[in-house]
Write a protein that binds this ligand. Structure first.
Ligand code: ATP
Ligand code: MG
Length: 392
């Protein structure tokens, strides 16, 4: 079966020292998993380069799209492999260029020679020049433009052969998933929490999610929206497990027994407690939220301190110092933004106080909670969880 070759470059993994073999092993498994949908695909390390061989019948863009979503991958190039015979390289390069002239109407080009194999007798600039001449001979209507060419062809001579490619598509980067523990993200239907989950996963952390709703005050459609968001994330991370919990019994207790202006904060403290209980049960080492300093009343410095106080587990807030616009751009880049802005209610907005406290005092908040049986409420919430698996 005819195969097409893809060069899959790793980013930060390449900078690792002693642990590099471990990171490389995990990364290649991740790439294999991402490309498993294309039958008869193989992925191997060849001479320090990760090479995927995919049946030529699979459209190039589909393969690239899978590769660029793998954390740890820096860039991908669909390529052609040939021998190290300079005449042969010239012929193959000329064929590639004449096809491009026909398909895309390319008029100018440049060849960039590279020589990873330093024992190869022709130096990089000469490779570029010689192959450029072969192309010019074969394609009479093409001309060389070194500064602003329609197409740059890279000719990379390596120990076991030569790779010729044109496109280098940027990938997500980061570190391979599964190389940096496991975390539980508090996932709302908003813009921020999906970005927070993505950023932690990009550093190698395996992600689980917990979502709180207030059904029937919040609708099933609102939960579907969260599932749609998590589905987009699963496109990068594989199947994601989401714990779904009804907050309404707790919210009702708070509304009946505690000061109105503290409602949001008290609910948030319960969200953290329940998340910690779920995380402990499932081997998650830390919690992740989409909180951001100063964005809303419940995210002032004072409010964050009061929220944090109820848990012992580290709480990661990767968005803490980002501007809203930066977060929105990131969400758009990942592909969650359009879903996040759909107008469905969130459990936080169900009993929204008119004037929420912005500078809460811990002692006062703790006093307000005295009327509640915290442990029983948390245990009941955890027991009522529904677990759903969200596939890419
Ligand atoms: P987001 O855009 O992520 O909803 P936000 O700016 O609306 O964030 P808040 O509503 O104060 O901020 O929520 C802060 C964080 O608390 C969220 O980023 C998320 O991690 C968590 N959170 C809020 N609502 C829920 C929910 N219904 N289920 C799970 N976690 C939630
Ligand atoms: Mg929100």
């Amino acid at each position: 079966m005819e195969k097409k070759i893809y060069i899959v470059r790793c980013g930060e993994v390449a900078l690792k020292g002693m642990n590099k073999p471990y990171f490389e092993r995990v990364l290649i498994e991740r790439v294999r998993k991402a490309l498993k949908v294309f039958e008869d695909t193989e992925v191997k390390w060849i001479d320090g380069l990760m090479i995927a061989r995919v049946p030529a019948s699979v459209p190039e863009d589909e393969v690239v799209d899978k590769c660029v979503r793998v954390f740890g991958v820096a860039s991908v190039s669909p390529a052609t492999k040939t021998s190290k015979d300079i005449d042969e390289i010239g012929r193959v390069a000329a064929n590639i260029m004449s096809a491009l002239v026909e398909e895309e109407g390319i008029k100018t080009f440049k060849v960039k020679g590279k020589r990873a194999d330093k024992s190869f007798e022709i130096k990089s600039p000469d490779i570029g020049r010689i192959i450029g001449e072969s192309i010019l001979k074969a394609c009479s209507n093409l001309s060389v433009d070194l500064h602003n060419p329609d197409c740059t062809l890279v000719v990379d001579v390596r120990r076991e052969g030569t790779y010729i490619f044109r496109r280098k598509v940027r990938a997500v980067g980061g570190l391979p998933l599964g190389t940096n523990g496991k975390g539980l993200v508090l996932m709302s239907g908003g813009i921020d929490s999906p970005v927070a989950a993505f950023m932690m996963a990009k550093r190698g952390m395996t992600i689980e999610a917990v979502h709180y709703h207030s059904y029937p005050y919040t609708s099933q459609r609102a939960q579907k929206k969260v599932e749609d968001i998590v589905k987009v994330l699963a496109g990068y991370m594989g199947t994601i497990r989401m714990h779904v919990i009804n907050m309404l019994p707790i919210q009702e207790q708070i509304v009946q027994n505690c000061p109105e202006d503290e409602t949001t904060l008290l609910v948030r403290r319960f969200m953290m407690r329940i998340a910690e209980a779920i995380a402990s049960k499932n081997g998650d080492m830390m919690l992740i939220t989409g909180e951001n300093l100063g964005q809303v009343a419940s995210q002032t410095a004072e409010a964050l301190v009061v929220t944090d106080f109820v848990v012992n587990m580290p709480v990661m807030r990767p968005l803490i110092a980002m501007d809203k616009v930066e977060i929105m751009d990131k969400a758009a880049e990942i592909g969650t933004y359009e879903i996040s802005i759909q107008p469905y209610e969130d459990c936080c907005t169900v009993f929204l106080p008119k004037h929420p406290v912005t500078k809460p005092k811990l002692a006062r908040i703790e006093k307000s909670e005295e009327t509640l049986d915290i442990q029983a409420l948390v245990e009941a919430a955890v027991l009522s969880e529904e677990i759903i698996e969200i596939r890419p």
